[in-house]
Design a protein around this ligand. Sequence first.
Ligand code: PMP
Length: 365
Amino acid sequence: MNQIERLERLPLRDDLRGQHPYGAPQLDVPILLNVNENTYGVPQDARDAILKAVDDVLAGLNRYPDREFTELRRALAAYLGHGLAAENIWAANGSNEVLQQILQAFGGPGRRVLGFPPTYSMYPLLASGTGTEYVSGARAADFSLTAESAAKQVRELAPNIVFLCSPNNPTGTALGNDVVEAVYEAGSASRTVVIVDEAYAEFAHDGTASAIALLPGRERLIVSRTMSKAFALAGARLGYLAAAPEISDALRLVRLPYHLSAITQATAVAALRNSDSLLANVEQIKIQRDRIVAGLAGMGLQPAPSDSNFVFFGGLEDPQSIWAGLLASGVLIRDVGIAGHLRVTAGTEAETTAFLTQLAVLLGH
Ligand code: PMP
């Protein structure tokens, strides 16, 4: 009996029948460049600090953790700057959970959320999990999204929620704040909640603005971030958002009590105190990202400009065979299902070299 047949035996919700779970392959391969992790391990000084912080809370694990994670919210506000305070911050187990809570509070049956594919593959899954209708907006043929086009679509579709992903996964390209402003304005009549997913913000080129600067006076705007990428803490599961304080009030209605464990809170606070050490490799990753863009262009491929820690590239005749050829040589990258394209995460210098070298061989250069 296969998985689908097994599921058929259960009284599953009709709208979940036939759906596929999030499924980036987790393979045991030497060079993992497929899910946009930070490929550097956690540095020793940060590990020591996290170990001490976790040790300090162990004796109290018989008690539920601080439901308001106040110290963590304060530390996240201080990290973001922009005059934000603890009341502007909310956090959960990864930004996926933050996004899910937003959909639980502002989406749901009879409501719709607009995304602009190709974009983060979890958006439709979060929509279906919360019974929210997912509507696919349109981008230009080169996958760009202008303020005029995005605003027009928001006016026409009047969604309850819009996902703007900047830098966008899988294309790597950031949106200008003019797009965010225009979408927010266009959503005035429909009271649309605008989420700017900035999971990769720390890798942006100098001069790429964060939507955090737009928060004052915009109570329907939410900027989500994560410690999974630049902070090299994907395994710790800590995502967060910055928004008006009433957004947190709304999310308190849907979050599970004590959703952030004492261990998670202690880990994240210790990590933020050691942010210099944890973020030290961001510059090196950006160098490798730019090297990938230049290297791929040199091979006659078409890499998209990237403000993230990954590069989306086109110009491949047979992406599946390139993907398989790289895997056979121990390099796992991502086939995001877009004709002629693949996506690769910028790794360490050695990992990047292995990827570029092997790709050149496969392309016959
Ligand atoms: N948003 C985007 C655009 C992502 O690419 C990812 C992770 N791949 C996430 C959110 C979720 O990350 P996490 O739950 O680890 O914070």
